[in-house]
Design a protein. Structure first.
Length: 113
């Protein structure tokens, strides 16, 4: 059993097709880690608009993989609207990056990728 991700929603979507699950996992691994890095760079560069775009884009995939990072995504979205400060956005970005990195490592191990 995974410590960092939950594929319940992915498995429901795949309807028991293990090959499809693997494709979804591979797609997640190809797209999400680079998007997290780009979002983190946007936060570090004080570019809330760009950080918002990445955070918003990743939101459904993070939820699909059961990463429970919605609170952190909402902090970054709030920062982009001027409703919180950059330090809170930086902390949220670090939490997202850390959890995605752990999930990425675990997915690669679990799916031998």
């Amino acid at each position: 059993m995974s410590n960092y991700y939950d594929l319940k929603a992915v498995n429901e979507m795949a309807g028991g097709d293990d090959d499809f699950v693997k494709v979804i996992v591979e797609t997640f691994l190809e797209e999400i880690p680079p998007d997290v890095r780009s979002m983190s760079e946007a936060i570090d560069s004080d570019n809330p608009k760009l950080a918002y775009q990445y955070a918003h884009k990743m939101k459904p995939n993070l939820a699909l993989f059961g990463l429970d990072l919605m609170e952190q995504i909402l902090v970054i979205e709030a920062w982009s609207k001027g409703n919180t400060n950059q330090e809170k956005a930086e902390n949220a970005g670090r939490k997202i990056a850390d959890k995605v990195t752990l999930a990425e490592q675990e997915l690669k191990n679990d799916y031998e990728l």
